[in-house]
Write a protein that binds this ligand. Structure first.
Ligand SMILES: [Zn+2]
Length: 341
């Protein structure tokens, strides 16, 4: 350790909650950040500065201009060049702290790779923008006995909940099934305040540090914060002894390996996105949510939606064809962005 290293964590080492032993423990820890959007950027920066030993980051997307308002690792040049978030984040994090390990992957976390990506992580942070991935993470973390910290942010409010296998409820104890596609607002349809993201990510990182240092919060439950109103609530939740995931060990989201979400439609410059279970979309409600952010038109059973970052044809069963692209990950992102799953 050189003198620079010695000074770097001085303000953190003198905290009784951390100390020299805690700092050494953090240097031995690996955290997996799933999704490097607004939450993931804040999480990664805080952990890199705190001296986490190794950060693994996965994101399937590219940096866009609309990200810069809240995704603090990215700069104008990243958006201008449309670089992958994984690449831009790694560059910035290495500049912030060259002494830690940064492994940044431009991949979609799916049923095919989730178990191996999570296997050697001590803890997982939710930086995702969709419920499909969160339920998959919940399955893998419960199966591997690994702590993870959920967060969701929309508008000026957000929620954070630690999921500590064996100690408290899992995601499915509280919300047994993900909402249907199109049933919930997303940041792209409802907006998001950057300070709300900062608060949720800070809560997540604090919980992560506590878990990694062996002093997890005594009560398990959900933080609900509205930064605009200044309201802060904590709701305690218990484990559900009938929970299909943590009580019965049915890892339905992980085991749905045969389900393929996306198919590139050969020769059509389009990708089909097919949710794993069929749903009945409320087109009228969907139209009201999508109209402020793009153009919406209906013809017969279809709804056409066009925004600055793409266009798609939506079917009543939740299926969509994302047109003018053959990039499966981009199509999946576009779908998640506006239909929220
Ligand atoms: Zn459960």
């Amino acid at each position: 350790m050189n003198s620079t290293d010695n000074n770097r964590y001085a303000r953190q080492r003198i905290l009784p909650e951390i100390g020299a032993n805690g700092q050494a423990k953090l240097a031995q820890s690996t955290v997996f950040i799933v999704g490097c959007g607004a939450l993931g950027c804040f999480q990664a920066e805080l952990l890199a500065r705190a001296g986490l030993g190794r950060l693994r980051i996965a994101d399937r997307d590219l940096v866009e201009w609309s990200n810069l308002q809240r995704q603090v690792l990215f700069e104008e040049s990243d958006a201008a060049a449309s670089v992958s978030k994984a690449e831009a984040a790694a560059r910035r994090l290495r500049a912030i702290n060259s002494t830690i390990g940064v492994e940044s992957l431009a991949v979609d976390v799916t049923t095919r790779n989730a178990e191996s990506l999570l296997a050697d992580a001590d803890l997982v942070l939710d930086g995702t923008d969709n419920f499909e991935t969160r339920y998959l993470l919940n399955d893998v973390c419960i199966k591997q006995g690994k702590p993870w910290v959920y967060a969701g942010v929309i508008g000026t409010m957000g929620m954070v909940m630690p999921i500590l296998p064996g100690r408290g409820p899992c995601l499915r104890c509280i919300v047994p099934s993900p909402p249907d596609p199109g049933a919930t607002p997303t940041c792209d349809t409802a907006g998001v305040l950057n300070s709300a993201v900062a608060v949720m990510a800070s809560l997540q990182v604090t919980i992560a540090l506590r878990v990694l240092l062996g002093s997890p919060p005594a009560d398990t439950g959900l933080f609900y914060v509205d930064v605009w109103n200044g309201s802060f609530e904590f709701m305690k939740f218990q484990k559900d002894d009938q929970c299909p995931c943590c009580a019965k060990g049915n890892f339905e989201f992980l085991d749905a390996r045969q389900v393929s979400w996306t198919t590139s439609l050969c020769g059509r410059n389009s990708v089909q996105v097919n949710p794993p279970r069929s749903v009945e979309l409320d087109f009228e409600a969907l139209r009201q949510r999508l109209e402020p952010v793009g153009s919406v038109s209906s013809s017969g059973l279809l709804m056409r939606f066009k925004a600055d970052d793409g266009e798609m044809i939506i079917f009543p069963d939740g299926r969509a064809i994302v047109t003018n692209t053959t990039d499966v990950a981009r199509a999946r992102t576009f779908y998640a962005r506006y239909l929220g799953i």
